[in-house]
Design a protein around this ligand. Structure first.
Ligand code: DX5
Ligand code: ZN
Length: 232
């Protein structure tokens, strides 16, 4: 089984005045995935970026673009993100009236698909759609804002999700990624990995404080995240 750990900087906390450069820099520092947070001021109380921005950053990087849709409804916008160069599109079950259909729409648009679980959303939604899922994303904060504190109950939920993924792998040989999103930093990432996550979103931990004083800030943070992961 693949035991790779992937780090996914959330560009929500990047400097939008120079987004292309921020992405190039943070990927060069040894991160793997661009985590792209889409908020609609309806499903979540915040408004961020859409397909136009995805299209604009696509030529800047070869890295995977992981679009996290915090929107309701989801179907209308899925093909637009696929056309804009997204590689993975995840959405919240609460954002779709027909989850199975929305997952198929993501795959049919040419992207990998995934479901996102809020802290209080049960994992039962997975039970009949595992074949249509490439990544499970567990929210370790309530969605809507960067810079919140990691909710410790997520560790229990990660263990349960990991069991489901491993059982599915035993049966099918197909690997599903397990991503965690919210409040991840160098102090808790090892514990989160031990609970079963393999893909780690980090926004404020990477793009936050330290940029002004350390010219190699991204290298420094990514190194410390990797050093913590190496202890797992
Ligand atoms: C929250 C977003 C997250 C967030 C992560 O709704 O989905 O991706 O930006 O930011 P940090 O790492 O600061 O919690
Ligand atoms: Zn996110």
């Amino acid at each position: 089984m693949d035991k790779t750990f992937r780090i996914a900087p959330s560009i929500l906390s990047a400097n939008f005045a120079k987004l292309g450069q921020e992405i190039a820099d943070v990927i060069k520092s040894g991160t793997d995935i661009v985590h792209f947070d889409v908020m609609d001021n309806h499903y979540v109380p915040n408004l961020t970026i859409g397909p136009l921005v995805c299209e604009a950053i696509r030529p800047v990087t070869d890295a995977i673009i992981d679009v996290h849709l915090m929107v309701k409804p989801v179907d209308r916008i899925i093909p637009d993100f696929a056309k804009a160069g997204a590689n993975i599109i995840t959405f919240h079950p609460e954002g779709s009236d027909h989850i199975d259909r929305s997952l198929s729409l993501v795959r049919d648009s040419g992207c990998k698909s995934g479901l996102v679980f809020n802290p209080a959303t049960p994992l039962d939604y997975l039970d009949h759609v595992m074949d249509k899922i490439d990544m499970i994303l567990l929210m370790s904060v309530n969605p809507g804002f960067g810079g919140q504190k990691f909710i410790p109950e997520t560790l229990n939920k990660l263990r349960i999700a990991r069991q489901k993924i491993d059982a599915y792998y035993e049966k099918t040989g197909r690997q599903i990624w397990l991503e965690v999103d919210g409040g991840v930093n160098a102090n808790n990432i090892a514990e989160i990995a031990k609970a079963g996550a393999d893909t780690f979103v980090a926004g404020s931990a990477i793009f936050g404080a330290g940029k002004d004083t350390d010219p190699n800030h991204y290298d420094t943070v990514v190194k410390s995240l990797r050093a913590s992961l190496a202890t797992v």
